[in-house]
Design a binder for this molecule. Structure first.
Ligand code: BCO
Length: 287
């Protein structure tokens, strides 16, 4: 990456575009740890658990594929309303598994990993479900990027987040740079990316990167608290929750007029629908 004669950025990497399915086949060979998805149709909550404590919950290639598969499943989950993303042990996620990273340390494979993770985390971000990441320890590098792909972030007192990619001689590779600018604006995002500093739970709240701090410090109590925090926001009918999420997810991804057009269409689908008729019959007062 450099400036050309007209002082415009020129990207010197022009690698091949590989289908995500092909990348997933390649990356599933870099084994270690797993990501487990459990869906509960009764509560409408799903839990995505990052389980690789011996590597501080670093994402191996096969875990990236687990996550991609989990998002594929969640896209078809009609009864769902919300997702809790959490991990086991003391670290939320230490980023890319350096054992995997060392085996794919060239621009073509880097581009493939970014393609797989952009596909996965963009679709996770855009699911019609409301997602919460529970950060109970360090979220570093790719782990910090993963946290930005949820709608909300709850920290325990021990939670910390750090975009340490610069210290590793790289930049955000899982779409977290773009999402961080959306979340915090360009100045605060640039400051976090440039300094690689790790911020505490309380600073994350002040910045708007965290939506709250749990009373419980330890798992599994903090997970239960996060579930209750999310359930309290999921009282509307599933179709209303899905529609509200679609409006917000579209608004952060497309230009204003296009977003308004989407909002009109989403609104029309619910107007006179079952949930709307039921509410009208009940003659609800908002006192
Ligand atoms: C687009 C993605 C780009 C990125 O994600 S760049 C960021 C990559 N991540 C890192 O550089 C994190 C490096 N790790 C650390 O700073 C520390 O291990 C960390 C997370 C603060 C945890 O510290 P401690 O709790 O004291 O644990 P420790 O250092 O003794 O580590 C225990 C075992 O876990 C391993 N580990 C930690 N992070 C890893 C990673 N990302 N990939 C692969 N292995 C990882 C570590 O090598 C150690 O293994 P072992 O027990 O010595 O065999």
């Amino acid at each position: 990456m450099s400036f050309n004669a007209e002082r415009r950025w020129v990207n010197h990497y022009a690698g091949p575009e590989t289908p995500v399915i092909t990348i997933s086949e390649q990356f599933s060979k870099f084994e270690g740890g797993k990501i487990e998805l459990v869906k509960d149709n009764e509560s409408g909550l799903a839990v995505l658990k990052i389980n690789h404590p011996e590597r501080r919950n670093a994402l191996s290639g096969s875990m990236m594929v687990d996550l991609w598969n989990a998002v594929n499943t969640l896209e078809d989950w009609k009864a769902g309303k919300g997702i809790i993303l959490h991990s086991v042990g003391e670290t939320f996620c230490s980023g890319g598994d350096l054992n995997t990273v060392r085996q794919i340390s060239n621009p073509d494979d880097g581009y493939k990993m970014a393609t797989l993770m952009h596909n996965t985390l963009t679709r996770l971000h855009q699911l019609p479900l409301i997602s919460v990441a529970l950060i109970q320890g360090k979220a570093l590098g790719g782990g910090a990027e993963l946290a930005t792909s949820c709608d909300f972030r709850l920290f325990t007192e021990k939670g910390e987040i750090g975009f340490v990619q610069g210290r590793m001689g790289v930049v955000t590779g899982w779409g977290g740079g773009t999402r961080l600018v959306q979340l915090l604006g360009q100045h605060r995002a640039l400051e976090l990316l440039l300094t690689s500093r790790q911020i505490s739970a309380s600073e994350a709240v002040v910045m708007g990167l965290a939506n709250g701090i749990t009373k419980s410090v330890e798992l599994p109590e903090a997970v239960e608290e996060a579930k209750q925090w999310l359930q309290a926001k999921l009282k509307h009918a599933p179709e209303v929750v899905h529609a509200l999420k679609q409006i917000v997810a579209t608004a952060r991804a497309v230009p204003y007029e296009e977003s308004l057009q989407n909002e009109r269409q989403v609104f029309a689908m619910l107007w006179g629908g079952d949930a709307n008729k039921k509410a009208l019959e009940q003659n609800i007062k908002h006192k």
